[in-house]
Design a protein around this ligand. Structure first.
Ligand code: NAP
Length: 276
């Protein structure tokens, strides 16, 4: 029988996940379909019960449901539990198991460009859901240190203090982060600043960046945010949010099928969707 997968969110019409996963099902000759489900706040429990009742094999969960979904699952992976968000659900013999592949996907996307994570000092800009997933996953992966700058300091403090994985960390104000930027070999921009249509803003100046640093901005529309352009202009290596998106999808696909898919093909698919 054809297997059913999907993604629930609001909005969902522009999700690139159906095209990416359906292409992989045909590549690996798997009899399955992946559909977008428009699920509004308040309808999540009904939607999850419905998918479980009809025997869906797995699904992704996106904005605004990544935290609320946790109440409707049978089991949650410890990393997802710590992060407080689930983006991937697998149906194992009628039991729904929740995972977070956003943070591990980000880390996997770094692996092709960084070999020595354990000696790297990172700065994360932002303290929202994506920052939390990335911070916890980098800490779990054994990075040397992660400092944090966020507009709302209290949220950054809460993020640092709630991480269950041991890592050196300090909270920075904007002035200190901009002044000491050269100390970081990895800078990760996780706020929504710079995203279309707000493309002329940056959350932090890149003026003092070290030209050996890697700057990763998890935004993928536009493909180069103003912050990435500034960093690239200073000679730094840059990466946009397509890597995190592709690798979170690859890790979800692996959970569902046991196959770690061809990420070059997935990236090409996403780039086609974004118009090159
Ligand atoms: P979130 O939980 O709402 O967090 C938003 C973050 O942006 C917070 O740190 C917030 O700071 C900061 N921010 C928002 N407006 C700001 C402003 N005007 N000035 C300064 N800081 C501001 O959102 P999220 O889920 O973490 O997502 C953040 C971004 O990551 C979005 O652009 C999303 O599309 C992207 N993302 C990409 C991927 C991927 O696969 N590439 C995956 C997930 C998310 P405060 O705490 O001060 O409000």
């Amino acid at each position: 029988m054809k297997k059913l997968f999907g993604v629930m969110g609001d909005p969902i019409a522009h999700s690139m996940s159906p095209a990416m996963h359906n292409d992989l099902f045909s590549l690996y000759d798997i009899d399955a379909v992946y559909l977008p489900f428009h699920v509004m706040q308040g309808d999540l429990e009904t939607a999850v019960k419905g998918l479980k009742a009809i025997g869906a094999s797995g699904f992704n969960v996106t904005i605004p449901h990544k935290t609320e979904i946790m109440s409707f699952l049978d089991k949650i992976d410890p990393l997802a539990e710590a992060i407080g968000a689930v983006n991937t659900v697998k149906n194992e013999n009628g039991h729904l198991i929740g995972y977070n592949t956003d943070g591990p996907g980000f880390v996997k996307g770094l692996e092709s460009v960084i070999a020595d994570l354990e000696s790297r000092s990172a700065l994360i800009i932002g303290a929202g859901g994506a920052a939390r997933a990335i911070y916890f996953s980098l800490a779990q992966a054994g990075i040397h240190s992660i400092d944090l700058y966020n507009r709302t300091q209290l949220k950054a403090e809460e993020l640092i203090s709630s991480c269950p994985y041991k890592v050196q960390s300090k909270l920075l104000d904007r002035e200190t982060a901009e002044r000491d930027l050269a100390a970081y070999q990895l800078i990760i921009q996780t706020t929504s600043i710079g995203m279309f249509p707000d493309i002329d803003s940056t959350p932090l100046s890149m003026a003092n960046i070290n030209c050996d640093a890697l700057v990763s901005d998890i935004i993928y529309n536009p493909s180069q945010t103003k912050l990435l352009k500034e960093a690239s202009g200073k000679g730094a290596m840059i990466q946009n949010g397509i890597e995190m998106f592709v690798f979170q999808g690859a890790l979800a696909f692996e959970k569902w099928t046991g196959i770690f898919p061809d990420t070059n093909r997935m990236r090409a698919n996403v780039l086609r969707h974004l118009g090159g």
